[in-house]
Write a protein that binds this ligand. Structure first.
Ligand SMILES: *Cc1c(COP(=O)(O)O)cnc(C)c1O
Length: 357
Protein backbone atom coordinates (compact mmCIF):
# COMPACT_ATOMS: atom_id res chain seq x y z
CA UNK A 1 0.00 0.00 0.00
CA UNK A 2 1.15 3.53 -0.75
CA UNK A 3 2.89 5.22 2.20
CA UNK A 4 0.95 8.37 3.02
CA UNK A 5 0.52 10.71 5.98
CA UNK A 6 -3.15 11.34 6.65
CA UNK A 7 -4.15 14.69 8.15
CA UNK A 8 -7.84 14.56 7.25
CA UNK A 9 -10.14 16.78 9.32
CA UNK A 10 -12.83 14.11 9.47
CA UNK A 11 -13.47 11.26 9.16
CA UNK A 12 -10.21 10.85 11.02
CA UNK A 13 -7.31 8.51 10.74
CA UNK A 14 -7.80 5.29 12.71
CA UNK A 15 -4.97 3.22 14.15
CA UNK A 16 -3.82 0.18 12.12
CA UNK A 17 -4.83 -2.11 15.01
CA UNK A 18 -8.38 -0.76 14.80
CA UNK A 19 -8.55 -1.34 11.05
CA UNK A 20 -7.22 -4.89 11.40
CA UNK A 21 -9.73 -5.79 14.12
CA UNK A 22 -12.51 -4.34 11.97
CA UNK A 23 -11.47 -6.41 8.95
CA UNK A 24 -11.51 -9.57 11.08
CA UNK A 25 -14.96 -8.75 12.47
CA UNK A 26 -16.32 -8.05 9.00
CA UNK A 27 -15.52 -11.67 8.22
CA UNK A 28 -16.33 -13.28 11.55
CA UNK A 29 -17.65 -11.48 14.61
CA UNK A 30 -16.22 -13.03 17.78
CA UNK A 31 -16.12 -16.55 16.36
CA UNK A 32 -19.88 -16.60 15.68
CA UNK A 33 -19.26 -17.27 12.00
CA UNK A 34 -21.43 -14.20 11.29
CA UNK A 35 -20.09 -10.89 9.98
CA UNK A 36 -20.44 -7.90 12.31
CA UNK A 37 -22.52 -6.40 9.49
CA UNK A 38 -25.08 -9.17 9.88
CA UNK A 39 -24.95 -9.93 13.59
CA UNK A 40 -28.23 -9.45 15.42
CA UNK A 41 -28.01 -6.61 17.88
CA UNK A 42 -30.03 -8.77 20.26
CA UNK A 43 -27.32 -11.42 20.62
CA UNK A 44 -25.27 -11.89 23.76
CA UNK A 45 -22.07 -11.30 21.76
CA UNK A 46 -23.26 -7.90 20.59
CA UNK A 47 -24.54 -6.88 24.01
CA UNK A 48 -21.08 -7.60 25.37
CA UNK A 49 -19.56 -5.22 22.82
CA UNK A 50 -22.05 -2.47 23.72
CA UNK A 51 -21.37 -2.96 27.41
CA UNK A 52 -17.63 -2.95 26.86
CA UNK A 53 -17.84 0.26 24.83
CA UNK A 54 -19.90 2.01 27.53
CA UNK A 55 -17.55 0.78 30.25
CA UNK A 56 -14.47 1.94 28.34
CA UNK A 57 -15.94 5.42 27.94
CA UNK A 58 -16.56 5.57 31.69
CA UNK A 59 -13.07 4.31 32.48
CA UNK A 60 -10.96 6.26 29.96
CA UNK A 61 -12.89 9.52 30.16
CA UNK A 62 -13.23 9.32 33.98
CA UNK A 63 -17.00 9.68 33.92
CA UNK A 64 -18.33 10.05 37.48
CA UNK A 65 -21.38 8.38 39.00
CA UNK A 66 -24.68 9.87 37.94
CA UNK A 67 -23.80 10.08 34.25
CA UNK A 68 -25.03 7.91 31.39
CA UNK A 69 -23.38 7.20 28.04
CA UNK A 70 -25.54 6.79 24.94
CA UNK A 71 -24.74 6.03 21.31
CA UNK A 72 -26.90 7.69 18.70
CA UNK A 73 -27.16 8.10 14.96
CA UNK A 74 -27.40 11.41 13.15
CA UNK A 75 -23.93 12.72 13.94
CA UNK A 76 -23.06 15.72 16.05
CA UNK A 77 -25.46 17.84 13.99
CA UNK A 78 -28.39 15.82 15.32
CA UNK A 79 -27.08 16.44 18.86
CA UNK A 80 -27.55 20.19 18.25
CA UNK A 81 -31.27 19.42 18.14
CA UNK A 82 -31.25 16.87 20.98
CA UNK A 83 -29.61 19.39 23.31
CA UNK A 84 -32.14 22.12 22.62
CA UNK A 85 -35.11 19.73 22.82
CA UNK A 86 -33.97 18.12 26.08
CA UNK A 87 -32.53 21.09 27.97
CA UNK A 88 -34.00 24.35 26.66
CA UNK A 89 -37.03 25.52 28.64
CA UNK A 90 -36.82 29.33 28.94
CA UNK A 91 -33.50 30.54 27.59
CA UNK A 92 -30.05 29.27 26.62
CA UNK A 93 -26.70 30.92 25.84
CA UNK A 94 -24.19 29.78 23.23
CA UNK A 95 -20.53 30.69 22.88
CA UNK A 96 -20.30 31.38 19.15
CA UNK A 97 -16.77 30.32 18.22
CA UNK A 98 -17.22 29.00 14.70
CA UNK A 99 -19.45 27.46 12.09
CA UNK A 100 -20.34 24.43 14.23
CA UNK A 101 -21.11 26.53 17.29
CA UNK A 102 -23.20 28.80 15.10
CA UNK A 103 -25.13 25.87 13.68
CA UNK A 104 -25.80 24.55 17.19
CA UNK A 105 -27.16 27.99 18.13
CA UNK A 106 -29.32 28.16 15.01
CA UNK A 107 -30.88 24.82 15.87
CA UNK A 108 -31.66 26.00 19.41
CA UNK A 109 -33.25 29.18 18.08
CA UNK A 110 -35.71 27.00 16.21
CA UNK A 111 -36.75 25.40 19.50
CA UNK A 112 -36.78 28.35 21.89
CA UNK A 113 -35.03 31.47 23.12
CA UNK A 114 -31.30 31.13 22.47
CA UNK A 115 -28.60 33.74 21.96
CA UNK A 116 -24.84 34.16 21.55
CA UNK A 117 -23.24 35.19 24.85
CA UNK A 118 -20.02 36.09 22.99
CA UNK A 119 -18.85 35.69 19.42
CA UNK A 120 -15.52 35.75 17.61
CA UNK A 121 -16.87 36.15 14.07
CA UNK A 122 -15.38 39.69 13.96
CA UNK A 123 -11.93 38.13 13.35
CA UNK A 124 -13.12 35.12 11.36
CA UNK A 125 -13.25 33.00 14.53
CA UNK A 126 -9.48 33.03 15.06
CA UNK A 127 -9.80 33.35 18.83
CA UNK A 128 -11.91 32.22 21.79
CA UNK A 129 -13.77 35.10 23.46
CA UNK A 130 -13.08 35.65 27.17
CA UNK A 131 -14.38 38.01 29.81
CA UNK A 132 -18.07 37.28 29.31
CA UNK A 133 -20.22 36.79 32.37
CA UNK A 134 -22.49 33.76 32.49
CA UNK A 135 -25.97 34.79 33.64
CA UNK A 136 -27.67 32.65 36.26
CA UNK A 137 -31.15 32.80 34.74
CA UNK A 138 -30.45 30.59 31.70
CA UNK A 139 -31.07 26.86 31.33
CA UNK A 140 -27.57 26.14 30.07
CA UNK A 141 -24.44 27.48 28.41
CA UNK A 142 -23.31 25.66 25.27
CA UNK A 143 -19.66 25.67 24.22
CA UNK A 144 -17.75 24.07 21.35
CA UNK A 145 -14.44 23.02 22.89
CA UNK A 146 -12.55 22.65 19.63
CA UNK A 147 -13.29 24.64 16.51
CA UNK A 148 -12.30 22.20 13.82
CA UNK A 149 -12.38 24.65 10.93
CA UNK A 150 -10.43 27.51 12.56
CA UNK A 151 -8.01 25.56 14.75
CA UNK A 152 -8.95 27.16 18.06
CA UNK A 153 -9.58 25.29 21.28
CA UNK A 154 -11.18 26.11 24.62
CA UNK A 155 -8.74 24.22 26.79
CA UNK A 156 -10.25 24.78 30.23
CA UNK A 157 -13.40 23.30 31.65
CA UNK A 158 -15.30 26.49 32.47
CA UNK A 159 -16.74 27.13 35.90
CA UNK A 160 -20.37 27.75 35.18
CA UNK A 161 -23.20 28.64 37.54
CA UNK A 162 -25.63 27.02 35.07
CA UNK A 163 -25.48 23.59 33.40
CA UNK A 164 -22.62 23.49 30.93
CA UNK A 165 -23.06 21.60 27.66
CA UNK A 166 -20.23 20.93 25.25
CA UNK A 167 -19.78 19.83 21.67
CA UNK A 168 -16.43 18.01 21.93
CA UNK A 169 -16.63 16.42 18.50
CA UNK A 170 -13.10 17.22 17.47
CA UNK A 171 -11.14 17.04 20.72
CA UNK A 172 -12.83 14.34 22.76
CA UNK A 173 -10.30 11.75 24.02
CA UNK A 174 -7.41 14.03 23.04
CA UNK A 175 -6.95 15.43 26.56
CA UNK A 176 -8.28 14.88 30.07
CA UNK A 177 -11.61 16.57 30.84
CA UNK A 178 -13.30 17.21 34.18
CA UNK A 179 -16.61 15.63 33.20
CA UNK A 180 -18.20 16.67 36.51
CA UNK A 181 -18.28 20.27 35.25
CA UNK A 182 -20.67 19.39 32.41
CA UNK A 183 -24.34 18.47 32.30
CA UNK A 184 -23.87 17.01 28.83
CA UNK A 185 -20.95 16.33 26.50
CA UNK A 186 -21.47 15.06 22.98
CA UNK A 187 -19.33 14.23 19.98
CA UNK A 188 -19.65 12.79 16.52
CA UNK A 189 -17.29 9.81 16.57
CA UNK A 190 -15.50 10.49 13.32
CA UNK A 191 -13.09 13.21 14.54
CA UNK A 192 -11.28 11.17 17.18
CA UNK A 193 -13.39 8.37 18.56
CA UNK A 194 -14.12 6.12 15.61
CA UNK A 195 -15.81 6.14 12.22
CA UNK A 196 -18.76 8.21 11.00
CA UNK A 197 -22.24 6.93 11.77
CA UNK A 198 -22.43 7.24 15.53
CA UNK A 199 -22.33 10.04 18.07
CA UNK A 200 -21.71 9.64 21.79
CA UNK A 201 -23.54 11.66 24.42
CA UNK A 202 -22.50 11.71 28.08
CA UNK A 203 -25.34 13.05 30.16
CA UNK A 204 -25.78 13.86 33.83
CA UNK A 205 -29.05 12.13 34.55
CA UNK A 206 -30.40 14.70 36.99
CA UNK A 207 -30.11 17.43 34.35
CA UNK A 208 -32.84 15.73 32.30
CA UNK A 209 -36.59 15.96 32.73
CA UNK A 210 -36.71 19.73 33.23
CA UNK A 211 -38.47 20.72 30.03
CA UNK A 212 -42.23 20.81 29.59
CA UNK A 213 -42.42 20.29 25.81
CA UNK A 214 -43.48 17.03 24.24
CA UNK A 215 -40.36 15.06 23.34
CA UNK A 216 -40.69 12.66 20.42
CA UNK A 217 -39.56 9.20 21.57
CA UNK A 218 -36.42 9.14 19.43
CA UNK A 219 -35.39 12.68 20.45
CA UNK A 220 -35.73 12.03 24.17
CA UNK A 221 -32.36 11.18 25.73
CA UNK A 222 -34.23 9.21 28.41
CA UNK A 223 -35.47 6.71 25.82
CA UNK A 224 -31.92 5.84 24.88
CA UNK A 225 -30.70 5.80 28.47
CA UNK A 226 -33.55 3.48 29.53
CA UNK A 227 -32.98 1.13 26.59
CA UNK A 228 -29.17 1.28 26.80
CA UNK A 229 -28.95 2.70 23.25
CA UNK A 230 -30.91 -0.27 21.88
CA UNK A 231 -34.38 1.27 21.58
CA UNK A 232 -34.01 0.64 17.87
CA UNK A 233 -31.22 -0.92 15.83
CA UNK A 234 -28.01 0.86 16.78
CA UNK A 235 -25.29 1.63 14.20
CA UNK A 236 -23.68 -1.72 14.94
CA UNK A 237 -20.54 -1.51 12.82
CA UNK A 238 -19.75 2.09 13.83
CA UNK A 239 -20.07 1.19 17.50
CA UNK A 240 -17.89 -1.86 16.96
CA UNK A 241 -15.12 0.31 15.48
CA UNK A 242 -15.57 2.92 18.23
CA UNK A 243 -15.08 0.17 20.80
CA UNK A 244 -11.90 -0.97 19.05
CA UNK A 245 -10.73 2.66 19.04
CA UNK A 246 -11.29 2.89 22.80
CA UNK A 247 -9.41 -0.36 23.34
CA UNK A 248 -6.56 1.14 21.35
CA UNK A 249 -6.65 4.33 23.45
CA UNK A 250 -6.42 2.19 26.58
CA UNK A 251 -3.48 0.21 25.16
CA UNK A 252 -1.69 3.51 24.48
CA UNK A 253 -1.83 4.32 28.19
CA UNK A 254 -5.17 6.11 28.19
CA UNK A 255 -6.20 9.68 27.52
CA UNK A 256 -3.44 11.14 29.72
CA UNK A 257 -0.66 9.38 27.79
CA UNK A 258 -2.25 10.30 24.46
CA UNK A 259 -2.55 13.91 25.59
CA UNK A 260 1.21 14.07 26.16
CA UNK A 261 1.84 12.77 22.65
CA UNK A 262 -0.72 15.19 21.22
CA UNK A 263 0.98 18.14 22.94
CA UNK A 264 4.31 17.12 21.45
CA UNK A 265 2.90 16.66 17.95
CA UNK A 266 1.19 20.06 18.02
CA UNK A 267 4.27 21.79 19.48
CA UNK A 268 6.42 20.31 16.69
CA UNK A 269 4.21 21.63 13.93
CA UNK A 270 3.51 25.05 15.48
CA UNK A 271 7.25 25.52 16.07
CA UNK A 272 7.88 24.96 12.37
CA UNK A 273 5.06 27.31 11.34
CA UNK A 274 6.52 30.00 13.61
CA UNK A 275 10.09 29.42 12.42
CA UNK A 276 9.56 28.95 8.69
CA UNK A 277 9.38 32.36 6.95
CA UNK A 278 7.09 30.95 4.23
CA UNK A 279 4.22 30.10 6.59
CA UNK A 280 2.12 31.77 9.25
CA UNK A 281 -0.48 30.40 11.68
CA UNK A 282 -4.03 31.77 11.56
CA UNK A 283 -5.28 31.19 15.12
CA UNK A 284 -4.35 33.37 18.10
CA UNK A 285 -1.36 31.71 19.75
CA UNK A 286 -2.98 31.22 23.17
CA UNK A 287 -6.05 29.58 21.63
CA UNK A 288 -4.26 27.24 19.25
CA UNK A 289 -5.85 23.82 18.95
CA UNK A 290 -3.75 20.72 19.49
CA UNK A 291 -6.03 18.83 17.10
CA UNK A 292 -6.42 21.08 14.04
CA UNK A 293 -3.44 23.18 13.03
CA UNK A 294 -4.35 25.95 10.57
CA UNK A 295 -1.77 27.93 8.61
CA UNK A 296 -1.42 29.94 5.41
CA UNK A 297 1.42 31.20 3.24
CA UNK A 298 3.12 34.19 4.89
CA UNK A 299 2.44 37.67 3.44
CA UNK A 300 4.44 38.07 0.24
CA UNK A 301 4.44 34.33 -0.45
CA UNK A 302 0.73 33.84 -1.19
CA UNK A 303 1.50 32.87 -4.78
CA UNK A 304 3.26 29.71 -3.53
CA UNK A 305 0.10 28.16 -2.09
CA UNK A 306 -0.79 25.86 -5.01
CA UNK A 307 2.84 24.88 -5.44
CA UNK A 308 3.19 23.88 -1.79
CA UNK A 309 -0.04 21.90 -1.97
CA UNK A 310 1.25 19.97 -4.98
CA UNK A 311 4.68 19.49 -3.38
CA UNK A 312 3.18 18.20 -0.14
CA UNK A 313 0.98 15.83 -2.10
CA UNK A 314 4.00 14.47 -3.95
CA UNK A 315 5.57 13.76 -0.55
CA UNK A 316 2.56 11.71 0.56
CA UNK A 317 0.71 14.34 2.61
CA UNK A 318 -3.05 13.77 2.49
CA UNK A 319 -5.84 16.09 3.64
CA UNK A 320 -3.93 19.30 4.42
CA UNK A 321 -6.12 21.66 2.41
CA UNK A 322 -7.69 24.26 4.70
CA UNK A 323 -11.44 24.62 4.98
CA UNK A 324 -12.80 26.91 2.26
CA UNK A 325 -13.83 29.54 4.84
CA UNK A 326 -10.23 29.92 6.07
CA UNK A 327 -8.15 28.89 3.06
CA UNK A 328 -4.53 27.79 3.22
CA UNK A 329 -3.76 24.59 5.06
CA UNK A 330 -5.06 22.57 7.96
CA UNK A 331 -3.31 19.55 9.40
CA UNK A 332 -5.51 17.56 11.76
CA UNK A 333 -3.43 15.77 14.35
CA UNK A 334 -6.04 13.43 15.79
CA UNK A 335 -5.01 10.68 18.21
CA UNK A 336 -4.00 8.12 15.59
CA UNK A 337 -1.75 10.60 13.76
CA UNK A 338 1.82 9.84 14.83
CA UNK A 339 4.84 11.97 15.65
CA UNK A 340 6.39 10.44 12.53
CA UNK A 341 3.53 11.82 10.41
CA UNK A 342 4.07 15.28 11.88
CA UNK A 343 7.84 15.07 11.39
CA UNK A 344 7.27 14.17 7.74
CA UNK A 345 5.10 17.26 7.26
CA UNK A 346 7.73 19.44 8.95
CA UNK A 347 10.44 17.96 6.69
CA UNK A 348 8.27 18.75 3.72
CA UNK A 349 7.87 22.39 4.83
CA UNK A 350 11.62 22.72 5.37
CA UNK A 351 12.45 21.23 1.99
CA UNK A 352 9.99 23.61 0.36
CA UNK A 353 11.65 26.52 2.16
CA UNK A 354 15.07 25.50 0.75
CA UNK A 355 13.64 25.37 -2.76
CA UNK A 356 12.51 28.98 -2.41
CA UNK A 357 15.47 30.58 -0.72
C1 LIG B 1 -17.59 17.83 12.41
C2 LIG B 1 -18.18 18.57 13.52
C3 LIG B 1 -19.58 18.62 13.72
C4 LIG B 1 -20.54 17.96 12.78
O1 LIG B 1 -20.47 16.59 12.89
P1 LIG B 1 -21.46 15.63 12.09
O2 LIG B 1 -21.28 14.33 12.80
O3 LIG B 1 -20.99 15.61 10.68
O4 LIG B 1 -22.85 16.16 12.21
C5 LIG B 1 -20.05 19.32 14.80
N1 LIG B 1 -19.23 19.94 15.66
C6 LIG B 1 -17.89 19.92 15.51
C7 LIG B 1 -17.03 20.63 16.49
C8 LIG B 1 -17.33 19.23 14.43
O5 LIG B 1 -16.00 19.20 14.28
Amino acid sequence: MKKVHVFNAGPCLLAPEVIDASIDALKDFKGTGVSVLSISHRTKEWEETMNECRALWKELFHIPEGYEVVFLGGGASMQFLYVAMNFLEKKAAYLDTGVWAHKALKEAKGIGDAYAIACSADKNYTYIPTGFEIPTDIDYLHVTTNNTIYGTELKEDLDSPVPLIADMSSDILSRPVDVSKYACIYAGAQKNAGPAGVAVAIIRKDALGKVSRYLPTMLDYRTHIDKESMFNTPPVFSIFVMNETLKWVKAQGGVEAIHKRNLRKAATLYAEIDRNPLFVGTAEVEDRSIMNVCFVMAPGHEDLQDEFMAFAKSKGMVGIKGHRSVGGFRASLYNACTQEDVDALVDCMQEFEKMHR
